[in-house]
Ligand binder design. Sequence first.
Ligand code: DC
Length: 222
Amino acid sequence: MKKNIVIAIDGYSSCGKSTLAKALAQKLNYIYIDSGAMYRAVTLFFLRQGIDLSSHAAISNALQHIDIDFHSRDYQSHVLLNGEEVSEEIRQMPVSQKVSEIAAIKEVRQCMVKQQQKMGKQKNIVMDGRDIGTTVFPDAYLKLFMTADPKTRAERRYKELQAKGENVSLEAVFDNLAHRDFQDTTREVSPLVRATDAVILDNTNLNQDEQLAFTMAYLPVI
Ligand code: DC
């Protein structure tokens, strides 16, 4: 049986991973999967239900009541949490402030990784996240590790949030990114690290077309 092709994109917060992943998926006619949105949806559920994060039993039980689905329209990922469209809400600050803590929980990661691996068995995919090339798909066809200057990342994210009408300071965005990078790189389970065979893409000074061209140069045969 023909094996599906997986392109894994990992990197720091707000590096433009999803923008590149969507563009690639569109160009290759692959399915785009935003793994961060899955951790965000779990976070939203935990916040709403007031789950006690010190209780393994409460966490495991809650995970059984979470169904995450993607509706891909125009290569934008729409996230459904138990059937409810939550794409906007999972990007807001309350979720952003809590998501790294929840993504560090072993039970949460095991549950998400299992679902992500299942998705890779069904279709050719581009998946972005923090552990896609290291843990979820160690045999991915192409692995990218994205990075950019922290100040540039914060400014990009700040502009995005402003455009959406969110009232947040540049300083708060910068602090949130730094905090998430720290938590993501230092957690015990599947920390964010570059897979040894991942290609580094520093996009501090690259526009979106240049990033796509850079990546396509590594995909000559598909
Ligand atoms: O990509 P993002 O910023 O939407 O991800 C939100 C958080 O989820 C991020 O701070 C770390 C976590 N995450 C993770 O631990 N593993 C992934 N594969 C994707 C995201």
